[in-house]
Design a protein around this ligand. Structure first.
Ligand code: NAD
Length: 258
């Protein structure tokens, strides 16, 4: 994808889960638009490599650990003097999370910690910097499953993303007059390692889902990153507290083309 826009020159952008998939694509895109990118991830090898590639900073972070998150924004502020964009994107979709009838409490708790409590920590500790600056854009990765039900249930995951969606909306409303926008990015299925792992073993599982996508394919991470860049930038100055679907039309579909 060719990038001509330079909408983020001089802004700092913290990306959790920036070592892979959507986060990595966003790191590349935001850097291409001029941002100072901070890659925050559990994975030091991939995280260092991503940060080096985009000329940014890597901070090893477990987003479920509040102390790590506090240190992440402190490191960002120290390096770049501001916290302008927080893309709270790290998340897990483990195979032991399925039907409510089969999913144990340990899987449930782990998914809530990594997908939902992490966003609580990240927003709680990014917002004070943004209030001080009178400016900031927070983008929390929810999912289209926050607004749609699936018979192929991953109950902990869906519930965690519903939480991310309503938390984002509420924060967007609360801080709107302080120059802070908070949006929930809701991607449809994206061609990332997370999804590839899930479907590699069983192509029928992929087909079962593809039939519901009007576009007839899954998204590429770069297409989600383009939406992140928009939401991060002043082009989205009146986009706030939104359920920002980037799903190829899934949530609008009843019968799809054959
Ligand atoms: P991915 O597995 O490719 O990347 C996730 C990254 O998060 C990895 O680099 C991993 O190391 C990191 N991570 C995991 N746990 C962490 C933790 N505790 N602390 C810090 N980093 C951690 O996944 P992806 O497909 O790019 O997904 C990114 C986000 O998008 C997730 O929140 C996911 O739920 C969401 N999402 C994905 C899809 C999809 O189809 N891939 C669709 C909708 C939403």
């Amino acid at each position: 994808m060719e990038v001509n826009a330079r909408r983020l020159v001089g802004r700092s952008a913290v990306i959790t889960g920036g070592a892979s998939g959507i986060g990595l694509a966003a790191a590349r895109r935001l850097a291409a638009e001029g941002a100072h990118v901070v890659v925050a991830d559990l994975n030091p090898a991939a995280g260092e490599a991503a940060a080096e590639e985009v000329g940014g900073l890597f901070v090893r972070t477990d987003v479920a650990d509040e102390a790590d998150v506090i240190a992440l924004y402190a490191a960002t502020y120290e390096a770049y003097g501001s916290v302008d964009v927080a893309f709270n994107n790290a998340g897990i979709n483990p195979t032991d999370d399925g039907s409510i009838l089969d999913t144990g409490i340990d899987a449930w708790r782990r998914v809530q910690e990594v997908n939902l409590t992490s966003v609580f920590h990240c927003c709680k500790h990014a917002i004070p910097y943004m209030r001080e600056q009178g400016r900031g854009s927070i983008i929390n990765t929810a999912s289209f499953v926050a607004v749609m039900g699936a018979a192929t249930s991953q109950i902990s995951y869906s519930a965690s993303k519903g939480g991310v969606l309503s938390m984002s909306r509420e924060l967007g409303v609360q801080f709107a007059r302080e120059g802070i926008r908070v949006n929930a990015l809701c991607p449809g299925p994206v061609n990332t390692p997370l999804l590839q792992e899930l479907f590699a073993a069983d192509p029928e599982q992929a087909q079962r889902r593809l039939v519901h996508v009007p576009a007839g394919r899954f998204a590429e991470p770069e297409e989600i990153a383009a939406a992140v860049a928009f939401l991060a930038s002043d082009d989205a100055s009146f986009v706030n507290a939104a359920t920002f679907l980037v799903d190829g039309g899934i949530a609008g579909a009843y019968v799809t083309p054959v």
